[in-house]
Design a protein around this ligand. Structure first.
Ligand SMILES: [Zn+2]
Length: 62
């Protein structure tokens, strides 16, 4: 299970998501950034940032 917290990208945002596949997490996160943060275009570097911050659920080693 992969997990992403928006607060790691947008300080103060408490939105988070989790899914079996990291691709699904990225998809959901991109949708959230569009709807909640006005990112009309999700650039490749934004996708990279999401991927960098996507981690295994329950992994507290970071
Ligand atoms: Zn957010």
């Amino acid at each position: 299970m992969k997990q992403f917290e928006c607060g790691s990208l947008v300080p103060g945002c408490s939105w988070h998501t989790e899914a079996e596949e990291s691709a699904e997490v990225v998809k959901r996160a991109a949708e959230h950034l569009r709807v909640a943060h006005g990112e009309t275009v999700i650039r490749p570097e934004m996708v990279e940032r999401i991927k960098e911050r996507t981690h295994e659920a329950g992994d507290n080693r970071h």
